[in-house]
Structures are given as structure tokens and as C-alpha cells.
Write a protein that binds this ligand. Structure first.
Ligand code: ZN
Length: 288
């Protein structure tokens, strides 16, 4: 073969690879059906779901259930250093500024991401109970669901917190109670290796919150689905007590000043600020 022929074939091959890969990958992922679980699709094709927690739910179902940017902004403590949010709830971009894939959640982030070195202790954001554990592949990794009842938080609703990408499966058992600030495992990068994050993955915590007026939920392989579930911007947990809304639509309607949220936290020696808080940041903050 001549050198020119060889180069031409190489270029054609490269073109085909560039043109075909994203589509093929999209097809493969869609083919998995449940994707974000939901369980109602059974896998295959252009499955949609009435479960707003499913990656495949329609835009309308998701927006009604509160999956959009609320505009809440964290105010981190001046007297301590906290790991900070790198990609907010509802964001269309990842921590590095790249665009999220459109096939999941219509490109919107279903929780927030905090970049964290592998092995950083993860804290229970409130008293609660372990209701689900799952170890999955891409975009999931080792994950856990906690359920926080009104008696745990002082809120009127039930909160479900989903933590993803644990370094190893959490040692907690289903049904086990957890206390505010308890170490529930260690952050990692499981489920992030491959795809956008490449072979090194992206060590971080992804935290999603879901709200329900009742403590009832269904158990699916990859998740729990609370009755009449809605999304909640995780920053909403830390709104001041007088304004502790749990409806993203109402939160979005707050004024800009009201959307600034002071972060309550725990230090490595177990102190909490404010001392009487029942909800805290999922990582310890270092004083000084
Ligand atoms: Zn995330």
C-alpha cells in the first residue's frame, strides 16, 4: 500500500470513530432502560417513566417534581474550611465546566457534587435510617439511601438522602439507625471511571435529596421510590428555620437575598455550629 493510501484509510477510520462513538454510546446507555432505575421501563428503546427519580422521566414530570435550578447559594463559614459544591443541583455542567449528557435528566444535575479526596469521611446529614444500599456500574458505584423522618429533622416532610460513589460499600445495614454527623462511610470515585471522567474517574460525593409527605416508599433494585416523590435542592436543608422550604418551586420564588444559605457544619473533634443544628454538611469542616 502506498503511504497516501495508508494515510487516507487512517483518516477515514478516525472520522468513522469520531462520528460513530457518541451515538453508539448513547444507544448502549439508552438500551439499558432503567438507567436511573425507576424500574418501570424494563429496559429498551425510548423508555420514559412517570417516576421523576428515573433518568428517563419526561421533562414535564421532572420539572413538576422540582428538577430545575433553584438559585440557592451556599455561604461557607468564615472560621472553618469546608469542601465546597463543585456542581449544583439543576446544573447543566459538571465540576470542570463540561456539559452534562442530555440522555440523563435532560442534562440537569439531580443533586450536588462535592469534590473530595478518596477516603474522606462522609457524615449523615441528619438522624435517620438506612433504607437502601446498592452497588452499580457507571454513574452509580456504591450508594446508599437514608430516610429522615419529621422526628429526625424537625421538618414536616420526609427527606430521603442518596449518597453516591463511596470508596467501598458502606458497612451499615438496611434498617439501621444513623445519628446526625455519624461517619457513614468514605467518599470515593466508584461509578465514575470511564466515559467523561476517563480511567482515573472523579473522586467526589454526589448527594441527592428527595421529599415526600409520607414515610412510605417502594423498593427497586437501584433505589427507593418514596410516595409522591419530589426533588429537593440539597442546599434547601440548610435554609434558616423560619424559611425552611421543601418545595423547589417555592424556593425558586425566594428573593436573591433569601437564597443565600449559611452552612451548618461539624468539626473533626465533633463540635457542631450552630450547636443545636439538626442538619449538617456531609463533610467535616476544619477550623482555622
Ligand atoms: Zn452529581
Amino acid at each position: 500500500m502506498t503511504l497516501r493510501g495508508f494515510l487516507a484509510i487512517g483518516l477515514v477510520g478516525l472520522f468513522i470513530a469520531l462520528a460513530a462513538t457518541p451515538e453508539a454510546e448513547g444507544q448502549r446507555r439508552r438500551g439499558r432502560g432503567g438507567g436511573g432505575g425507576g424500574g418501570s421501563s424494563g429496559g429498551g428503546g425510548q423508555a420514559t417513566s412517570n417516576n421523576p427519580m428515573s433518568h428517563q422521566a419526561s421533562r414535564e414530570v421532572m420539572e413538576r417534581a422540582g428538577l430545575f435550578k433553584t438559585g440557592l447559594v451556599p455561604r461557607y463559614p468564615k472560621q472553618a474550611r469546608c469542601l465546597e459544591v463543585a456542581s449544583f443541583f439543576g446544573d447543566r455542567t459538571r465540576y470542570d465546566g463540561s456539559q452534562r449528557v442530555a440522555w440523563a435528566n435532560h442534562g440537569r444535575h439531580g443533586g450536588f457534587d462535592i469534590s473530595a479526596p478518596e477516603g474522606t469521611p462522609l457524615l449523615a446529614i441528619a438522624d435517620g435510617e438506612v433504607v437502601h444500599k446498592h452497588s452499580g456500574g457507571r454513574l452509580v458505584g456504591h450508594q446508599i439511601f437514608l430516610r429522615h423522618g419529621p422526628a429526625d429533622t424537625g421538618l414536616r416532610v420526609w427527606i430521603y438522602s442518596k449518597y453516591k460513589h463511596f470508596r467501598e460499600p458502606p458497612e451499615l445495614a438496611i434498617g439501621q439507625r444513623v445519628r446526625l454527623g455519624q461517619v457513614i462511610g468514605h467518599s470515593g470515585k466508584t461509578g465514575t471511571v470511564g466515559g467523561h471522567y476517563g480511567e482515573w474517574g472523579y473522586p467526589h460525593l454526589h448527594l441527592s435529596l428527595y421529599v415526600s409527605d409520607s414515610g412510605r416508599y417502594k423498593t427497586k433494585p437501584m433505589m427507593v421510590v418514596p410516595a409522591k416523590v419530589r426533588h429537593l435542592d440539597p442546599l434547601a436543608l440548610y435554609l434558616p428555620a423560619g424559611r425552611r422550604l421543601t418545595d423547589n418551586h417555592a424556593i425558586q420564588a425566594l428573593s436573591e437575598a433569601e437564597k443565600v444559605v449559611a452552612i451548618p457544619y461539624q468539626t473533626p473533634d465533633g463540635r457542631r455550629l450552630p450547636a443545636d443544628t439538626r442538619l449538617i454538611w456531609p463533610f467535616m469542616c476544619e477550623p482555622g
